[in-house]
Design a protein around this ligand. Structure first.
Ligand SMILES: Nc1ncnc2c1ncn2[C@@H]1O[C@H](COP(=O)(O)OP(=O)(O)OP(=O)(O)O)[C@@H](O)[C@H]1O
Ligand SMILES: [Mg+2]
Length: 270
């Protein structure tokens, strides 16, 4: 296996949003800090970023940081009607959702109040929020932010999605929800320097001794991936496998270019 060949204990460029590998680029760090603030202040937060930019990884890191302090309800497939959304939230609290909307809302409010009294206000995280089908479901989310006591919200809500989510919420029809967003952040791609640090970081977490990527390879990785972490991972894994096949302990720019061709990314080269 290439892992032994390069001396890694773990796969360095896995596909899963594993927070153990989190590289805190300045923007990932800032995004996480804002999300933690949103949780503390029980705000409504919006995190956007391109496909593969690290949104889900950040949500997992946030959940790790929250730990046992608060219950977290994570919805990863929000293609839900308003009623389905409320039911998913109730199930997330371990409740058996009531059938009628008014009863269901009562049930949720009772639970939220109970958690408030024990100082453990929950966090609702909706990933892939661009998949929310209709405005009605967004309205339901907005109404959840009305669960308040005096000046205190009873829960925090984190909406995560691709850039079209932000665009959609920018439309006039969504202004009531938009006004309630207290915290927002958009992830942008990694710079070349950050790409190098990202690769080094993942190699280090994987327990690798020496970095097989030459400077030339690093700059090719950045060029072909355009700084998108998921694409960086794909290129790096392909190049590692390829180098292992050739028993080569170094990876140069040409090997990255071959990996990019294999994944149809070579058209991206400027
Ligand atoms: N800051 C980071 N540190 C370490 N790995 C990261 C980071 N950002 C992204 N990755 C890695 O890149 C890949 C894609 O990340 P992730 O799934 O979080 O992206 P996403 O923005 O949620 O993408 P999508 O829009 O497709 O849902 C994962 O393998 C993840 O581990
Ligand atoms: Mg994701």
């Amino acid at each position: 296996m290439f892992r032994e060949f390069f001396g890694f204990r773990h796969k360095p460029f896995g596909k899963t949003p594993n927070p153990a590998f989190l590289y805190e680029s300045p923007q990932h760090r800032e995004a996480l800090a804002r999300l933690e603030y949103a949780v503390e202040e029980k705000e409504l937060a919006l995190l956007c970023g391109d496909v593969g930019s690290g949104k889900t990884t950040l949500s997992r890191a946030l959940i790790d940081r929250i730990g046992e302090a608060r219950p977290v309800i994570l919805i990863v497939n929000p293609a839900l009607s308003p009623a389905q959304l409320l039911r998913s939230i109730a199930s997330g609290f371990g409740l058996t959702p009531k059938h009628h909307r008014a009863d269901l809302l009562d049930q949720l409010y009772t639970k939220l109040f109970e958690l408030y009294e024990s100082g453990r206000e929950p966090v609702l995280i909706i990933d892939e929020a661009q998949l929310i089908p209709t405005k009605a479901t967004f309205e339901e989310i907005r109404l959840l932010t009305n669960f308040q006591l005096d000046d205190d919200n009873l829960l925090s809500i984190v909406l995560i999605g691709q850039p079209e989510l932000k665009e959609r919420l920018g439309h006039r029809a969504y202004r009531a929800l938009r006004q309630r967003i207290g915290i927002q952040y958009s992830l942008s791609p990694l710079s070349e320097e950050e790409t190098v640090r990202y690769v080094q970081h993942r190699l280090q977490v994987a327990g690798g001794g020496t970095n097989p990527f030459t400077i030339d390879a690093m700059s090719a990785i950045h060029r072909y991936s355009e700084g998108i972490p998921r694409v960086i991972n794909t290129l790096a894994t392909t190049a590692l496998l390829d180098a292992f096949g050739d028993e080569s302990v170094t990876i140069d720019g040409a090997r990255i270019a071959a990996a990019a061709r294999e994944h149809g990314l070579d058209g991206r080269q400027r």
